[in-house]
Ligand binder design. Structure first.
Ligand code: IMP
Ligand code: MG
Length: 182
C-alpha cells in the first residue's frame, strides 16, 4: 500500500495542526447557533472524527452517503444512497466533505438541502481543495489545504475504495492508478 504512494503531501501531525485552527474558527463562528454537521461519507469519516473532537459545541451530526466518482474522474452526477435526511429546520448546517474537485457533489448536496431542509444557513467545509477550473461556481467556506491537481489518497480518501486507512495524504502513483483501473 505504502509502495503505491509517489509522495506524501501532508503527514498526520500537519493535518491535525491545521484541524486545530479550523476547529477554532468553526467554534467561534457557531458559538451561539444550533449547529448540525452533515458529513459526506465515506471520504470524510476520519476528517469528521478528528475535526469534531476539536469543536466543543453542543452540535448534532448526520452523515450522508453519496457517490459521484468512478476511478479518478468525476462522473458529473451524484447519487444519494438514502431517501431521508435529518430534520435540520431552523438549524445551521455545516457540510463536511473530504475534497472539493469539480464541485458537482457539493453543489448537488447544497441544492437538495436548500430546497428540502428549511435550514437557517448552509455552509461547507472541506479538508482539501484542488486547484482546478471548477465546472460550477462553488467554493467552500472553510478549507484545510489547497492542493495541486493530482489524485490523492489516504486519511479517508480512496481510489476504488482502497487506501482510505492511510494515516497521511499522498499522491497516488500512476502505475497504481492503472493497476486498479476497472
Ligand atoms: P467533485 O464532485 O468533483 O467535487 O468530487 C468530489 C468527490 O470526488 C470527493 O468527495 C471525493 O470522494 C472524490 N475525489 C475528488 N478528487 C479526489 C482525489 O484526488 N482523490 C480521491 N477522491 C477524490
Ligand atoms: Mg471517493
Amino acid at each position: 500500500m505504502v509502495a503505491d504512494i509517489a509522495r506524501v503531501l501532508y503527514h498526520e501531525s500537519t493535518i491535525l495542526s491545521r484541524l486545530d485552527e479550523m476547529a477554532h474558527q468553526i467554534t467561534s463562528d457557531y458559538a451561539d447557533k444550533e449547529l448540525t454537521v452533515v458529513s459526506i461519507l465515506n471520504g470524510s469519516f476520519i476528517f469528521m472524527a478528528d475535526l469534531l473532537r476539536r469543536v466543543p459545541l453542543p452540535l448534532q451530526i448526520d452523515s450522508w452517503s453519496v457517490s459521484s466518482y468512478h476511478g479518478t474522474k468525476s462522473r458529473g452526477q451524484i447519487q444519494f444512497r438514502q431517501q431521508t435526511i435529518a430534520d435540520v429546520r431552523g438549524r445551521h448546517v455545516l457540510l463536511l466533505d473530504d475534497i472539493l474537485d469539480s464541485g458537482l457533489t457539493l453543489r448537488a448536496i447544497q441544492e437538495r438541502l436548500a430546497t428540502e431542509s428549511g435550514a437557517a444557513s448552509i455552509r461547507s467545509c472541506v479538508l482539501l481543495r484542488k486547484s482546478v477550473t471548477r465546472e460550477t461556481a462553488i467554493d467552500a467556506d472553510y478549507i484545510g489545504f489547497d492542493i495541486p491537481n493530482e489524485f490523492v489518497v489516504g486519511y479517508g480518501l480512496d481510489y476504488n475504495e482502497q487506501y482510505r486507512n492511510l494515516p497521511y495524504i499522498g499522491v497516488l502513483k500512476e502505475e497504481a492508478i492503472r493497476r486498479h483501473a476497472r
